[in-house]
Design a protein around this ligand. Structure first.
Ligand SMILES: Nc1ncnc2c1ncn2[C@@H]1O[C@H](COP(=O)(O)OP(=O)(O)OP(=O)(O)O)[C@@H](O)[C@H]1O
Length: 581
């Protein structure tokens, strides 16, 4: 909170002093770049937090500017005009949210498609703006309207712009410090992991896109007032590309970065345009230099320099134990695969799996490489589509659902290669896990949800030898492979599922760490929670943990039974030879 107040106060003082120090004309010029900066802040948030690069933000900017021109031309009542303009901002946010949710649905790798779709959006909008003369004034633009409340474009309107900059800055700085901001950052880090924690990431990405479009619309409305004319270029590709460049050069990872970029580059361009013929080349060179040498932009450089002198305060806040119970189905039913077939192109992955697991206990799935073990878990969590047959759990068909629905039905999963959020701290990784299955919509906007702790999380963290507590502030990318295994196990277990899927949790662990992991798995099962399905190649681990063993071969179940039964099974002996650590 103190950080937000300090940054906003400094920003406010700096912006308010401009007209007094440099006069009204400079304030008018800076005002335009601040307007662009607001649109850039939206792009910075979308691109810098969630890793989604939009190339058509000017479409929202331009359409909102035209809409504002019409409101100012046709709605004489000030309160009604303000309501209409707020409606324009809300509509832009809603349309972008819906568009984003549809584009991102079912895809975790849709970034490039999204960039191209938004690019097309800007091209179409510019084309329509140029041709729909009745509505837009065509290439001559739409003009002849007064600034809202008849404010002076060269005077008092500057303070409206400053107020808008302050609102967007405080909004984004606050979001950065809320669970919603944490989830936005986690999307860029590891969207698949987030889905397995029950987050419908297409909606989260749609929401961030909606926010950035709403900011672009706010900027467009200010632009129409500031310029007194709206032309097709205000909704086109060139302006969209400039927004991206300003966000990149200023720094997309900090809320103030795009403002710095827009004001700095915008002002530089205005100064150089008439005196230096190659000013565009110079700007392009600055852009290339920043992309190559300072990907976090000017704000990133400033932030690093400041952190050299003032280290960020890491005052630990007290944990909040009054957390909601996980909204995951508690059931003690078996998982039932009936003649389940999975095929991708010509590759038959699962070839008629028939498996009815016990209701409780630790079931180890073994089999040679490529037998279909991981694919069985992929089907269970909706990461692979089933063509024939079915998978039922708790009386319901659960195959072919979206991965984010698995946790709700009580199924949590640890992936084969330890999958955490590398750029987030260990503490933030655990925070995401505590939100998983527990947080309702409102909780994402409550700072206290960042401090949620459950008794089970405390119990796991207190396990002697668990190497997580001492490095809570470190980014998870700094953790060695073994520590990541423990982190991902802890994150998966704290959502308190009734089915825990563990894909080779002991891979890459030392013998001591392997012992610790098997203790954790056993403790999880002993704490009364249903079924653990564990893939393992090491027979000593299988012997020590399993109450039931399933052997897979060529995409089907070859045999199942107790460890001793499996060990003496001739079919198993023929295809499978296990090793020990
Ligand atoms: N999405 C996919 N597209 C094409 N082939 C796939 C896909 N997923 C799995 N396969 C293939 O299906 C077979 C089974 O893979 P799977 O990962 O389930 O095996 P596994 O038993 O877990 O092996 P390992 O022990 O090596 O992890 C392999 O031949 C694999 O290449």
């Amino acid at each position: 909170m103190a950080y937000i107040v300090t940054v906003s106060t400094l920003l406010l003082i700096a912006l308010l002093s401009v007209p007094f120090l440099f006069g009204d004309f400079v304030a008018y010029q800076i005002g335009l770049f601040l307007i662009y900066g607001i649109a850039g802040q939206g792009i910075g948030f979308l691109w810098g937090r969630s890793g989604i690069l939009p190339f058509g933000q000017a479409a929202f900017f331009g359409v909102a500017a035209y809409a504002c021109a019409h409101v100012l031309l046709h709605v004489p009542s000030l309160p009604l005009a303000i309501i209409c303009l707020l409606g324009v901002i809300a509509a832009a946010g809603l349309i972008a949210f819906l568009l984003g949710s549809v584009v991102f649905k079912g895809k975790t790798d849709s970034g490039p498609y999204f960039s191209l779709i938004t690019l097309a959006l800007a091209l179409i909008t510019e084309q329509v703006a140029g041709t729909a003369t009745g509505l837009t004034g065509g290439f001559n633009g739409l003009s002849g309207f007064q600034t809202i409340a008849d404010l002076n474009q060269f005077g008092s309107f500057y303070f409206v712009i400053v107020a808008a900059v302050l609102v967007s800055t405080v909004l984004l700085l606050s979001l950065d410090r809320l669970p919603a901001g944490l989830v936005a950052r986690a999307i860029a880090d590891n969207e698949r992991r987030l889905q397995l924690f029950g987050f419908p990431t297409h909606l989260a990405k749609g929401a961030v896109f909606g926010l950035s479009a709403a900011l672009a619309a706010l900027a467009g409305i200010l632009f129409a007032n500031h310029q007194g004319i709206v032309t097709p270029t205000s909704s086109g590709f060139l302006l969209s590309a400039n927004f991206v460049i300003w966000a990149a050069v200023g720094g997309r990872f900090h809320v103030l970065g795009p403002l710095l970029g827009a004001v700095g580059i915008g002002y530089l361009s205005a100064e150089l345009r008439d005196s230096f013929a190659y000013w565009e080349v110079l700007l392009a060179l600055i852009f290339i230099l920043v992309v190559l040498k300072a990907p976090a932009g000017i704000a990133g450089l400033v932030q690093n320099a400041i952190q050299r002198f003032i280290s960020p305060s890491s005052k630990a806040r007290p944990p909040v134990y009054s957390v909601p119970a996980p909204r995951v189905e508690q059931s003690s039913e078996p998982l039932s695969f009936t003649d389940t077939h999975v095929q991708i192109g010509p590759v038959r992955i699962l070839n008629g799996v028939n498996l009815h697991t016990p209701k409780k206990g630790i079931v180890c799935i073994i089999g040679p490489n490529g037998a279909g073990k991981t694919s069985l878990l992929n089907v269970t969590t909706g990461n692979l589509p089933v063509q024939n047959g079915e998978l039922r759990y708790a009386g319901r068909k659960i195959h072919n659902r979206a991965p984010h629905e698995a946790l709700k039905s009580g199924i949590a999963r640890k992936l084969q290669v330890p999958s955490v959020f590398p750029s987030l701290s260990v503490a933030d990784n655990l925070c995401i896990a505590m939100l998983a299955g527990r947080a309702g919509l409102v909780d994402f906007f409550r700072p206290s949800a960042l401090d949620w702790r459950s008794a089970q999380l405390d119990r796991i963290l207190a396990t002697p030898g668990l190497p997580l507590l001492e490095g809570m502030a470190r980014p998870a990318s700094d953790l060695p492979q073994g520590h990541r295994q423990f982190l991902e196990f802890t994150m998966t277990a704290v959502s308190e599922p009734s089915v825990l899927l563990l894909d080779e949790p002991c891979a890459g662990l030392s013998p001591t760490e392997t012992k610790l992991m098997t203790e954790l798995v056993r403790a999880f099962q002993d704490s009364g929670q249903g079924l653990v399905l564990l893939i393992e190649h090491d027979m000593s681990i299988v012997r020590s943990l399993s109450s039931h063993v399933v052997v897979m071969h060529q995409g089907a179940v070859l045999a199942e039974g107790t460890f001793d039964e499996i060990q003496s099974n001739q079919d198993v002996r023929a295809v499978y030879a296990g090793g020990t650590k």
